[in-house]
Design a protein around this ligand. Structure first.
Ligand SMILES: Cc1cc2nc3c(=O)[nH]c(=O)nc-3n(C[C@H](O)[C@H](O)[C@H](O)COP(=O)(O)OP(=O)(O)OC[C@H]3O[C@@H](n4cnc5c(N)ncnc54)[C@H](O)[C@@H]3O)c2cc1C
Length: 432
């Protein structure tokens, strides 16, 4: 028996304040049939991979079973002709990426948690990585899944690069947070590693000017490998002393394509100060520095609070949503940063970091909760999504229903139909 939980900062703070997590039985199946028979036993199963989730979706209560998928740790096949990989759910993202790199390939999925997160977790949280502007997010990579459904039946990947035989039902599991079944393996789309990468940094006068350039770049049809705009406070945090907003951009591909796309980026950034390649090189060196250990260290002192909230909005409302959320977080904490990445022709993700401390734990939790509630309220009022890539779990359970609106009963019915006995994770996507 042991306590099993993810890295939801509120959970970390609560445990620090004296509310320990429940001790539960942990099962680590070695075969798919074992998973199926565990599900048929009717006991509530909370699947987990790297436990790097940040929304409290892995938090089994007493009497429930934590299902460790770490035993499914094999890369089954890399197909260099069709550019696919067939990989089991427990494989860590970085191990997969390194195996692909050894063959000149890449998944193109680089969340900051890549060293820890597993394929099953990345799929189940609907994750998005640092190269999403070029390669898309996890839903764009998943061609097929092997899933153990709550009644113990196995559903296997469908054939072909695309299929019109009904809806892509496997996509229901992408973002289901362990609420609809257990992901056992996946067929994922991969890419050739780019021959050339051209990266540099620019300093914009303000967020509005930077966002206008990001929009121009993605709407021009260029798909940069990396495109990140930092607000003034986050720019200082990145080590740039001058006032302004840092844009880090890199284009990639065949050398002539990377160069041509870099020229389009430079044209969009004409009003900004060219900082040369150094900001890109520095970003690349530190791309995985935001580690779980660092986060836990920062949450160790009594009264400390810290979290990140990633939302997304269309271009028309994004600057306004940014300003309102930033001002709410600045009022509620001592550190409030924002960067924009995951840009689309239609809009962009805004990723906020806030931190503060209080003299007592109760006040720390209250201040933390206010930051969350204000951010969620602003997003729902303005028409932004309350999560771009971390998911719902417990962190957003109180607001998911409002965003899903008419889709909420659909989600509830899908869940009831697939899992009438309530075998799967009850804390997934808004709770059950
Ligand atoms: C420092 C840090 C940086 C991060 N950066 C990013 C980022 O850049 N982008 C991003 O998207 N996220 C990021 N995250 C969040 C987190 O890493 C992702 O959500 C990741 O996808 C979780 O993977 P995991 O294997 O750790 O899953 P876990 O935390 O173990 O589980 C997450 C959810 O998936 C379910 N689950 C896990 N495995 C399975 C399975 N095989 N079948 C069914 N359900 C399953 C669990 O029940 C739970 O609901 C970051 C987290 C940290 C701590």
């Amino acid at each position: 028996m042991k306590a099993v939980h993810d890295l939801w900062p509120r959970g970390v703070i609560s445990r620090r304040a004296g509310a320990p997590a429940a001790e539960v039985e942990v099962r680590r199946p070695a075969t798919y049939e074992e998973v199926a028979s565990l599900l048929r036993s009717g006991t509530r199963m909370i699947p987990f991979g790297g436990l790097s989730g940040v929304v409290g979706a892995v938090a089994p209560d007493a009497g429930q079973v934590a299902l460790d998928l770490g035993g499914f740790d094999r890369i089954l096949a890399i197909d260099e002709v069709e550019l696919t990989v067939h990989v089991q759910a427990g494989v860590r993202g970085l191990d997969l990426e390194q195996a692909l790199n050894a063959r000149g390939l890449t998944l193109g999925h680089h969340p900051s948690s890549l060293p820890v997160a597993t394929v099953g977790g990345l799929i189940s949280t609907r994750s998005s990585g640092q190269e999403s502007t070029r390669h898309g997010s996890i839903e764009d990579m998943v061609l097929g899944l092997t899933v153990a459904l709550p009644d113990g039946t196995l559903a296997r990947p469908r054939p072909g690069p695309r299929s019109a035989v009904g809806p892509a039902l496997h996509q229901l599991l992408v973002g289901a947070e362990g609420g609809l079944g257990v992901v056992l393996d996946a067929v994922l789309r991969v890419h050739r590693q780019p021959e050339a990468v051209e990266g540099r940094g620019w300093l914009f006068a303000d967020v509005e000017a930077g966002l206008a350039a990001v929009r121009e770049i993605v709407q021009s049809g260029v798909r940069p490998l990396v495109l990140r705009l930092y607000d003034p406070e986050d720019t200082q945090f990145q080590g740039i002393a001058e006032p302004g907003c840092l844009l880090v951009a890199a284009t990639a591909g065949e050398p002539e394509v990377a160069r041509a796309e870099a020229a389009v980026v430079a044209r969009a950034a004409a009003a900004a100060r060219d900082l040369g390649p150094e900001p890109w090189e520095r970003w690349r060196r530190h791309r995985y520095d935001l580690s779980a250990e660092r986060m836990l260290d920062m949450l160790e002192p009594p009264g400390a609070y810290l979290d990140t909230i990633e939302i997304a909005a269309g271009w028309r409302i994004l600057p306004e949503v940014y300003r309102e959320v930033k001002s709410a977080l600045t009022a509620g904490s001592s550190l409030a940063l924002c960067h924009f990445s995951h840009a689309y022709p239609q809009g962009c993700c805004a990723y906020f970091t806030f931190a503060g401390s209080s003299t007592d734990e109760e006040q720390a939790l209250a201040a933390y909760d206010r930051c969350w509630a204000e951010t969620m309220r602003i997003c729902l009022a303005r028409g932004a999504t309350i999560s771009h890539h971390h998911g719902v779990g417990q962190a957003r359970a109180a607001w998911a229903r409002q965003e899903l609106d008419g889709w909420w009963p659909v989600w509830e019915k899908v869940r009831a139909a697939l899992d009438p006995g309530g075998v799967m994770n009850p804390k997934a996507v808004g709770g059950r």
